[in-house]
Design a protein around this ligand. Structure first.
Ligand SMILES: Nc1ncnc2c1ncn2[C@@H]1O[C@H](COP(=O)(O)OP(=O)(O)O)[C@@H](O)[C@H]1O
Ligand SMILES: [Mg+2]
Length: 278
């Protein structure tokens, strides 16, 4: 369960280039809910994730995770129960370390102990099993340096690392956007499988409206620091990308916000229409 109450976030406050990135965000996400987030560039999507992860403290408002007030809890202390995957496959893994070493690090994330020497056989089998579930053949590459993997393999490994300890919250920030269509479809599919299997409370930002509707159980649309649409249940089930664009246009007209065609253009891209390949 995630609860955001009255979240305000400014960048460069009081300066000429002040940005009001989040404007009074109120949001409750139930345990196990899988929420997709769409919206134009600069809408505040990444900032919401960063507020939940503790990268920034809000200027006002409260952040609760599973009933615990974490508003002032620093990022490194939230790492034990918040898993993250970013857009760039290079961000989530250490390229000069092996697959196994990366997984061992992920297992100890948020703990105070330092690097252990070596990995026991039991742990090795656990890693091998988890890697096999990805269906990418990585279970035979435990000793390979991660920089030798493809972008898709590396992002799948990052996803595995982020979910290895069953985090209370999983945050995905356009984690398929930098991959080729086949790899993007594969990572999207793995995401759905892992999130559903482990019932992870998940927020996934995507530029792809098709993906936003195909994955998860609820979709938020953000614009200029606000959540302007929040759709779930039967209302969402039959929604098409065209409907979503129309809804966005209608809300935007209501709010008399500045025209921004960027979102409409990205509605045309649909990486998960391609058949999955590795
Ligand atoms: N670290 C930062 N410093 C200054 N401005 C920032 C910073 N991070 C984000 N912003 C600004 O805040 C707004 C929201 O950004 P962001 O949450 O990254 O948008 P999105 O992820 O929806 O594209 C944008 O105007 C962006 O330029
Ligand atoms: Mg972003």
């Amino acid at each position: 369960m995630i609860e955001l109450q009255g979240i305000q976030k400014y960048f460069n406050r009081g300066e000429p280039h002040e940005v009001h990135a989040l404007r009074n965000i109120n949001l409750q996400i139930a345990h196990g809910e899988f929420v997709t987030v769409i919206g134009s560039n600069g809408a505040g999507k990444s900032t919401i994730l960063n507020i939940i992860a503790g990268v920034y403290a809000p200027d006002d408002g409260k952040v609760e995770i599973d009933g615990r007030d974490v508003t002032r809890l620093p990022e490194y202390r939230r790492a034990a129960f918040v898993g993250r995957v970013f857009q760039n496959p290079l961000d989530g893994t250490a390229g000069s370390m092996t697959v196994e070493q990366n997984l061992a690090l992920a297992l100890r994330r948020g703990e105070r102990r330092g690097l252990q020497r070596g990995v026991g056989r039991q742990r090795r089998n656990q890693f091998r099993e988890a890697l096999a579930s990805l269906g990418l053949g990585l279970e035979d590459r435990l000793d390979a340096r991660v920089r030798l993997l493809s972008g898709g393999q590396r992002q799948a490994l990052t996803l595995l690392m982020a979910t290895l300890r069953r985090p209370d919250v999983l945050l995905l920030d356009e984690h398929t956007a930098a991959l080729d269509p086949g790899a993007a479809a594969k990572v999207a599919e793995l995401t759905a499988t892992i999130v559903e299997r482990d019932r992870l409370t998940t927020l996934m930002v995507t530029h792809n409206m098709q993906q936003a509707l195909a994955l998860g159980t609820r979709t938020l649309m953000m614009h200029q620091g606000q959540i302007i649409l929040d759709i779930s249940g039967p209302e969402r089930r039959n929604l098409t990308v065209q409907d979503l664009i129309a809804r966005f246009a209608a809300v935007r007209k209501d709010k008399e916000v500045i025209a921004d065609d960027e979102l409409l253009l990205t509605g045309a891209t649909s990486e998960n229409q391609h058949p999955p390949t590795t």
